[in-house]
Design a protein around this ligand. Structure first.
Ligand SMILES: Cc1ncc(COP(=O)(O)O)c(C=O)c1O
Length: 412
């Protein structure tokens, strides 16, 4: 098979722009005329230091990262951040409220899908005597106990002074996302944005909200981060929209960057401590150099196409086209969209193919047409089509054509 014959709609790692990969292949052999391939350079060389600064600057510029926040690069993926945020944010809370009994230190979790479920389980493992509190669990608001929607903040139980409030912007497995720009106006649909307005102020610094932690693994650099300044930590693995796997990007506010006292009863492993990463300029140990390199090339590629606003505009076109075609199938009894309007993801579109044997038929025919990676996550089944930044409008047009043909053939 040739690359041109395939439309890679996988949930991550996912497709990356071909021109960038070609450029990266060249840099792998000879990085910017140094005669040394990128992965053969020293990570402390001036060439790589410049690359790190350039990557930070381009992210800062397009995401409007405020000066109160550091941009950090590390390894371990979103999964390791499930642990790191617990340790770093509890440490901050202990510094600010040393006399508080440990059981009164609360971590608030908003559970909207598979990934925030995993994050809360990790917090329970690491909490010790501290309390892990579920602010909202999407399963409790659906008839079949599946993640299908996010409800408005009236249903949320937020603690008064939590160590942090955690949410996942886009649930990659379930296809549930905050910010319902997809929902149609005038149809009584709730447009579910993250309810910053419902969060209490931080008693230690009332100009801020209580610390917010957000997992942006599958929506980083797909739209501006709403109220970015109110987040204590934003984290994302690069491998969906920004680059190859291996790189984890962190945006961390200064008040989380205080080193732990050496005699702490609750030590944080050195490589997981945000203060260490910040102090060393993300160079405490060897960073994921190749992934950072490709990510920088990808950022430059998006910059040349008009930056984040162009990415957003393209994304809107792609999701509108795909959801509209699926709605045609839904009206004709061929598909069932999994997620309620208002909480639908614009990155991972999940649905079921109705009727005995029809899902297998859909998958077989999709494969014949060159569509790849559309089988739903093993935990939920069904179909999942991911529309990350690397998927082009032309490719989505082909997907839509396939979907509509399938509907025509299978409508009863
Ligand atoms: C929303 C979200 N969070 C966390 C993760 C885990 O990321 P990683 O595999 O980089 O640890 C993923 C992976 O797909 C994800 O989609």
């Amino acid at each position: 098979m040739q690359r041109e014959e395939i439309i890679n709609l996988a949930a991550g790692p996912s497709t990356l722009p071909q021109s960038v990969l070609q450029e990266a292949a060249q840099g792998l052999l000879n990085y910017e005329g140094t005669g040394i391939g990128l992965t053969e350079l020293s990570h402390r060389s001036p060439d790589f230091t410049k690359l790190t600064t350039d990557l930070e600057n381009i992210l800062r510029k397009h995401l409007n990262v405020p000066q109160t926040h550091r941009v950090l690069f590390t390894q371990g993926g979103g999964s390791l951040q499930f642990s790191a945020v617990v340790m770093n944010l509890l440490s901050r809370h202990r510094r600010l409220y040393p006399d508080l009994p440990e059981k009164d230190r609360v971590m608030d979790y908003v559970v909207t899908g598979n990934w925030s479920s995993k994050a809360i389980e990790e917090a329970k493992k690491l909490a010790g005597p501290c309390t892990v509190h579920t602010v909202f669990d999407g399963r409790e608001h659906s008839a079949d106990r599946k993640f299908q929607a996010i409800s408005a903040a009236e249903n949320w139980k937020i603690s008064n002074n939590p160590a942090f409030v955690y949410y996942c912007d886009n649930e990659t497995v379930d296809g549930v996302q905050f910010d319902g720009y997809l929902s149609k106006e005038g149809e009584n649909n709730e447009r579910i944005r993250f309810p910053f307005h419902a969060l209490p102020r931080d008693p230690s610094n009332p100009t801020n909200l209580v610390p917010i932690v957000a997992d942006y693994s599958s929506s980083f650099f797909t739209r501006p981060i709403p109220q970015i300044e109110d987040h204590a930590v934003v984290f994302a693995g690069a491998q969906k929209n920004v680059g190859p796997a291996g790189l984890t990007i962190l945006l961390v506010r200064q008040d989380v960057l205080v080193p732990q006292p050496t005699n702490s009863l609750y030590p944080i492993p050195t490589t997981l401590e945000y203060a260490t990463l910040a102090k060393s300029g993300s160079l405490y140990n060897t960073p994921p150099m190749f992934s950072m390199y490709v990510s920088l090339l990808i950022m430059r590629h998006y910059e040349s196409k008009g930056g984040l606003s162009a990415v957003v505009a393209e994304s809107k076109i792609k999701v509108e086209k795909l959801y509209r075609s699926l709605e045609v199938g839904e009206k004709k009894g061929v598909f069932k969209l999994r997620v309620k309007d208002g909480s639908r993801s614009y990155m991972n579109v999940t649905f079921e193919v109705l009727g005995e044997g029809n899902e297998a038929k859909f998958l077989k025919e999709a494969t014949e047409k060159g569509l790849r990676g559309v089988k739903g996550h093993r935990s939920v089944g069904g179909i999942r089509i991911s529309l990350y930044n690397g998927v082009t409008i032309e490719q989505v047009d082909k997907v839509v054509q396939f979907v509509l043909e399938f509907v025509e053939k299978n409508a009863s």
